[in-house]
Design a protein around this ligand. Structure first.
Ligand SMILES: [Zn+2]
Length: 555
């Protein structure tokens, strides 16, 4: 059986996936008889560099090319095309793998051979040098001499994944080459192609199977088709995601789902079993961390309103379930912990321990409840006495109900005191807001005790048209930080109570202004972004995580 990657390797410029810009330029050069003496094709592996070089050689030597008015496309079928396409022996097209031909002798040999003209007058001699960055300085020097005075009808095509190395080693040669940068092939394009190939082969496959292949191929078409081959060779029948994972030794999506569910439930116990099973199945724990990072990244995109692509059905379900239970802040925190684990797993002799610790830290990440217990206990006596004062509000502590999650998710025995909606009847004034404040505190308390305590310690001191200033009582000093971390949630409550969007400032009693927000229209996104901004400001390691994720944070 011919490998699919080979069988479906393009034979014409028109079939070069995604690389339209390269295909058009090379086809045009052939058609206009303006082919250069040297080309440099750069890009990641498996995106079609060597294939493009062969198609160029085919186009230059195709038996059916009309020499008077060339179309620029090879026929792909004549004996010459066939031979070049398959990499078979050919007088005029020489393929050199620089990785295995590095000596000076080879360089001399190359130079001597280049002096021979093509086998027939209307043919081109084409040298295709793969992994060109592996060539020695001597080889480049020899090539430079050739390219300075190129024999007619000789074309060099260099393919490399690392053009920078060539720039360092052979800048003068580089300046004589026409350079084309090949792009990574987008997962969607790989998907489409894999579906095409499956159809052409008369094979059935699950959607998710193709998704997993496209993701694994990571921008390379050749890898995608090799994986497909591998999975098909594993067993008969329709291709399933499970078979693809088996072929690749990948960890199943449901494992990641299980971890995320346990984190959402703040359940530490299941984590040991999960790691046990991973170890028993011989899974690679580094891959597990990577897979977890991919899922968290997709979840974070979803939570911040972006649209993650290339997800399997299971992954979409997982994200759907996690959406209402984890905030963007939770996920950023998880990613920060994950990044730490990623670094230490490579140094540690005990990868298992690193992964277990990570999962436990996730599960125990923010015990808001216990913090609240402490505060509730403290509320019996004078505030802040008798109990160790908690350093209020870890930045990512999970609010029972923040501005970015539905209030209905608030658990607890105390039913919400009211159905929500405006608390103010007349216009928004300081007085009106002050008298509505106790009811607003009740609403906050229904979300969490800590939040209620924070609101109770605040009082409205000034109302401008769209701006409310809240000041923290002297006793509430330690709560100020918590209030600032929850500005979005407070703003949501006040906005609800006022029946229109307002901006909120929180400050210490003695004129210490915490934030000087310009009045602006409030949207869910503003709140989310502000929240993220606050989280980032408080924890620089999250800042790095957010950077790494290209997270757009306004302000
Ligand atoms: Zn041909």
């Amino acid at each position: 059986m011919i490998a699919l990657a080979r069988k479906y390797r393009p034979r014409r410029f028109a079939d070069l996936l995604v690389q339209d810009h390269v295909a058009a330029a090379l086809r045009g050069a052939v058609a206009r008889g303006r082919v250069g003496h040297g080309y440099l094709l750069t890009g990641p592996r498996g995106v079609g560099k060597t294939t493009a070089a062969r198609i160029l050689a085919m186009a230059l030597n195709c038996e059916r090319q009309d020499r008077a008015r060339p179309s620029g496309e090879p026929c792909g079928e004549c004996p010459t095309c066939e031979r070049i396409w398959s990499g078979g022996a050919n007088l005029d097209v020489v393929e050199i793998d620089a990785a295995s031909n590095r000596s000076v002798d080879d360089a001399r040999d190359l130079r001597e051979r280049a002096m021979y003209a093509a086998s027939q007058e209307d043919r081109y001699k084409v040298y295709i040098v793969d992994e060109a960055h592996m060539l020695t300085r001597e080889a480049w020097n020899a090539l430079l001499k050739i390219l300075e005075e190129p024999p007619p009808r000789v074309v060099f095509v260099f393919a490399t994944t690392e053009p920078q190395k060539i720039a360092n080693l052979a800048a003068p040669v580089l300046s004589r080459l026409q350079r084309f940068d090949f792009r990574r092939i987008h997962a969607a394009a790989i998907r489409d192609r894999v579906v095409q190939v499956l159809a052409a082969e008369g094979l059935a496959a699950e959607d998710d199977a193709v998704t997993v292949i496209a993701r694994y191929a990571d921008g390379g078409m050749r890898d995608a088709l090799s994986v497909l081959d591998q999975a098909l060779s594993l067993s008969e029948g329709a291709l399933t995601a499970e078979r693809v994972r088996q072929a690749l030794g990948l960890i199943g999506d449901e494992v990641y789902a299980e971890v995320l569910a346990a984190v959402a439930d703040q359940q530490a116990a299941p984590m040991f079993g999960i790691v046990d099973r991973l170890m028993a199945s011989g899974a690679d724990l580094v891959e597990f961390i990577g897979g977890m990072a991919d899922l968290l990244r997709a979840l974070l995109m979803d939570l911040t309103g972006a649209d993650p692509e290339g997800l399997t059905t299971v992954q979409r379900d997982v994200i759907g379930a996690a959406r209402a239970r984890l905030t963007a802040g939770d996920v950023l925190r998880m990613l920060a912990l994950l990044t730490e684990a990623e670094t230490s797993i490579r140094r540690s002799a005990n990868a298992r321990l690193v992964v277990e610790s990570l999962l436990l830290r996730w599960a125990l990440m923010d015990r808001t409840v216990s913090l609240e217990e402490v505060l509730r206990g403290a509320a019996v006596g004078p505030p802040g006495t008798g109990t160790p004062r908690p350093s209020v509000a870890s930045p990512i502590e999970r609010p029972r109900s923040g501005s970015d999650r539905p209030v209905s998710s608030a658990p607890g025995p105390v039913p919400p005191p009211d159905a929500g909606g405006p608390l103010l009847v007349g216009p928004l004034t300081t007085e009106a807001l002050r008298s509505a404040w106790p009811a607003l505190v009740e609403r906050g308390k229904a979300q969490s005790h800590l939040f209620g305590a924070i609101l109770a310690a605040l009082s409205p001191t000034a109302v401008e048209p769209d701006q409310v200033r809240l000041e923290m009582s002297q006793d509430g000093g330690p709560l100020l930080e918590g209030a600032q971390a929850r500005l979005g949630a407070i703003r949501a409550l006040v906005t609800e109570a006022a029946g229109r969007p307002v901006e909120v400032q929180v400050g210490a009693g003695v004129g210490k202004v915490a934030r000087a927000d310009r009045p602006k229209r409030l949207s869910d996104n503003d709140i989310k972004n502000q929240k993220l901004g606050e989280i980032r400001a408080k924890d620089p390691s999250l800042d790095a995580a957010a950077e790494a994720l290209d997270l757009e944070i306004v302000e």
